[in-house]
Design a protein around this ligand. Structure first.
Ligand code: SF4
Ligand code: SF4
Length: 468
């Protein structure tokens, strides 16, 4: 028989979260729930009465806190448990915002004149984000979007910002949830498989009404697919943003300039509606270089009154997506639906090219729209009344502008790098509008192959021939 007494537990109340697991674990009923809130932690620590304690250690094994219940042999100071170290001595004085009253207004700061730059799409988006005041970027590298995050990792530390390469996309989106909830502009760069991993977090952000910008540079799918420039995620971003009643504005740039411009706009929209916004580009667009003009101003973002921020005015804010009472959750969904309806009414964007008298209307977005525009030019040179309608928002689909064109249109040609995901969006939107579309001719490629200008022209000429 052992002559050693087994050490009994001791507890420094500051390290107890009051989870009560130790009470269940103790066979001697030595531990009882506490009765007072610890002013240092806000928790109610348990109380120990160790008269019957046999030192079995079951409570210490059950305690999830690293400095919770521990053997008394580990006491290191006379007062009880541990010497509580002074965080100011370790980390220095905590810097806190001087803002203390509700909304901090945003501020526009003039930029010096600057020559046009030649930038690849992902860089243009990163610079747009910086000019929109984004200083918090979280991500996990994935081709063909990696360069955006890479540039941010180099620049942000010099601007007092933060780039965190997370352990996964799941972690990255939850970092965005935290940063967005604190009211600061934040973003990520990703691509199809990474975006799929973020969907749960995006649903949480939408449910909790947290802003954030997601740049998804689409690659070929499904699965790992390849690194080619598909438009494989249109359905996902327009109709499948995680569980529940979810929508986000989806912007579809077609040039590096638009990657910059629409990224700036994305931050504006994300805060206006307190909702994530997706920039949907394709692999070519992420990698291609183009001339980019910078705007005349950059933004110093404000601090919204709803943010959970570490100052007096914001401390009591609460952001979450849980509404346990059914009626509460229904009311929240009605509120979200009203927001979506407002977005649909006010945020449709598109560009029409030579559409006024077009009886063959080509519809395309992202890089395929560049080939489509060339094909429309070539068709016009042959006397064909062709035009290009380019959605800049895929959700909401710009149906109002399209409806003004359709009365003259006798044939639609939909050009895309996917098996009909853009066409599906178009058909669904027209169906909701109660409009039957003209006959549709699809021009589709997959796996990183995009429709060529000559091929699109051929389709335009064939449908024109059938019309005449
Ligand atoms: S050491 Fe064992 S007997 Fe003592 S308080 Fe913990 S669980 Fe109870
Ligand atoms: S298990 Fe640890 S943290 Fe939980 S109540 Fe007991 S001592 Fe506190």
């Amino acid at each position: 028989m052992s002559t050693h007494a087994r050490p009994k537990p001791f507890l420094e109340a500051e390290y107890c979260k009051g989870c009560l697991r130790c009470i269940d674990a103790c066979p001697k009923d030595c531990i009882t729930p506490g009765t007072e809130i610890n002013p240092a932690t806000g928790f109610v620590a348990v109380e120990l009465n160790l008269a019957a304690c046999n030192g079995c250690a079951l409570c210490m094994q059950a305690c999830p806190e690293p400095f919770g219940l521990r053997p008394e042999t580990e006491r290191t100071c006379a007062t009880g448990g541990f010497e509580l170290e002074d965080p100011v001595a370790i980390f220095g004085k905590k810097e806190v915002d001087t803002f203390s009253e509700g909304d901090r207004p945003e501020e526009l700061i003039a930029l010096p004149a600057c020559d046009p730059m030649v930038l690849k799409g992902t860089y243009a988006s990163a610079i747009g984000a910086l000019l929109a005041g984004c200083r918090h970027v979280f991500g996990y590298p994935i081709t063909p979007s990696t360069e955006g995050g890479e540039l941010m990792a180099k620049i942000l530390p010099k601007l007092g910002g933060h780039f965190v390469q997370a352990v996964s996309e799941t972690a990255a989106v939850n970092m965005m949830y935290g940063a967005g909830g604190a009211g600061v502009p934040c973003m990520t760069f990703t691509s199809g498989p990474g975006f799929s991993l973020m969907l749960e977090g995006i649903s949480y952000m939408i449910g909790a009404e947290v802003p954030g910008v997601f740049v998804n540079i689409m690659r070929g799918g499904p699965g790992l697919g390849n690194l080619g420039p598909e438009q494989a995620d249109i359905k996902l971003v327009c109709r499948g943003l995680g569980h529940g009643n979810t929508h986000a504005i989806v912007l579809a740039p077609g040039t590096p300039q638009e990657m910059l411009d629409l990224t700036i706009e994305a931050f504006d929209l994300a805060f206006l509606y307190r909702n994530p916004v997706v920039i949907l580009g394709d692999g070519f667009l992420g990698q291609m270089t183009g001339v980019v003009n910078l705007p005349t101003h950059l933004l110093r973002p404000g601090l919204p009154a709803w943010a959970v921020h570490g100052d007096r005015a914001h401390r009591h804010n609460l952001i979450c997506s849980i509404h346990l009472a059914e009626a509460d959750l229904e009311a929240h969904n009605r509120h979200l639906n009203a927001k979506y309806a407002r977005i649909c009414a006010e945020e449709q964007r598109s560009e029409s090219y030579r559409c006024d008298d077009a009886d063959v209307l080509v519809i395309a977005c992202n890089t395929p729209a560049r080939m489509a525009q060339g094909a429309v030019e070539a068709a016009r040179a042959q006397g064909v009344k062709a035009g290009l309608f380019r959605p800049l928002t895929l959700w909401p689909f710009p149906v109002d502008a399209l409806l003004t064109l359709l009365p003259n249109v006798r044939q639609l040609v939909i050009v895309e790098g996917s098996p009909g995901q853009l066409e599906d969006e178009l058909r669904l939107t027209l169906s909701h509008a109660g409009v039957t579309p003209p006959p549709i001719t699809p021009v589709r490629h997959y796996g990183g192959v995009l429709p060529a200008e000559s091929e699109i022209l051929e389709f335009i000429l064939v449908v024109q021939e059938a019309l005449s």
